[in-house]
Design a protein around this ligand. Structure first.
Ligand SMILES: Cc1ncc(C[n+]2csc(CCOP(=O)(O)OP(=O)(O)O)c2C)c(N)n1
Length: 252
């Protein structure tokens, strides 16, 4: 990552400077005051801001603008699923995301009324922490529903056991399970290299009926109509909900 780059490493701990990579400039300082000084010096030198942020914003905007529905009779389009859920789940919610390729879509599609109502469960890069984080968020803000966006891989790693807790503790947690039957993040790497992605796919047990059996409200949806019907039927103020949305891994 750093090859051929000029790197400025700012760190409060000077023993870490130059430890992991040889950097161009090492600055022993805290990030906030170093950033303020950088800005002041750039301003003094009359160096205008680059267009880096504009380009990034444009890229994201063009992704949001692409609203082509790639759903089929038995799979739901991921954007359609996210935007319907965004619209119908009560707006005073807290949003939590697990990790997986779906987050690129979830991050731009799911809204909160204030940044403090978003709980990031991806700091560690691990999948499978979303449901536990959603439980924590639900205790931190018991008056609000918590909307968790989760992949099937992440949900299988701990989500189901924590759903039991959510049922027993009557937490208002809405699990949006974006179920492409695969470790989608890996699926796409193999598929893009022309390799057979079958080893990244799973024939999971049916999560919807399992969630119903343990006492959650649950539905499995395979097309937009089923999704709309399910969203209408749920009582978001009456304990946990599991919405198992079937997605074609090739259409994400
Ligand atoms: C504990 C853990 N195991 C494996 C990984 C590697 N990994 C990152 S994303 C991912 C796939 C997650 O699949 P899923 O939850 O279904 O979401 P999708 O990528 O399909 O959207 C995996 C296995 C990880 N980050 N953490």
């Amino acid at each position: 990552m750093l090859d051929g780059k000029r790197v400025v490493h700012v760190d409060v701990d000077r023993t870490r400077l130059n430890r992991f990579a040889h950097v161009t400039v090492a600055v022993a300082a805290d990030a906030a005051s170093a950033a303020r000084d950088f800005l002041r010096l750039l301003d003094e030198a009359e160096i205008a801001a680059s267009t880096f942020i504009d380009r990034a914003t444009q890229r994201i905007a063009s992704r949001i603008a692409d609203t082509t529905d790639r759903g089929t009779d038995d799979t739901v389009d991921i954007h359609t699923a996210l935007s319907l859920v965004d619209r119908i789940v009560p707006g005073d919610r807290v949003v939590v995301t697990d990790n997986g390729r779906f987050i690129k879509h979830a991050f731009v599609a799911l809204h909160v009324e204030h940044p403090s109502r978003y709980a990031h469960a991806v700091n560690f890069g691990s999948i499978g922490l979303g449901m536990a984080t959603a439980l924590g968020a639900s205790y931190a803000a018991p008056e609000r529903p918590v909307l968790l966006a989760c992949g099937d891989g992440g949900f299988a790693e701990g989500g189901l056991s924590e759903l039991v807790t959510a049922v027993m503790q009557r937490r208002n947690i809405i699990v949006l399970l974006l179920n492409d039957g695969a470790y989608g993040a890996e699926y796409v790497h193999l598929a893009n290299r022309g390799m057979d992605p079958v080893c990244t796919t799973f024939d999971w047990p049916d999560f919807g009926p399992i969630a119903s059996a343990i006492g959650a409200q649950a539905a499995t949806v395979r097309n937009t109509k089923e999704l709309e019907d399910a969203l209408e039927k749920f009582d978001f103020a009456a304990g946990p909900v599991l919405l198992d949305v079937r997605i074609d891994p090739r259409r994400v």
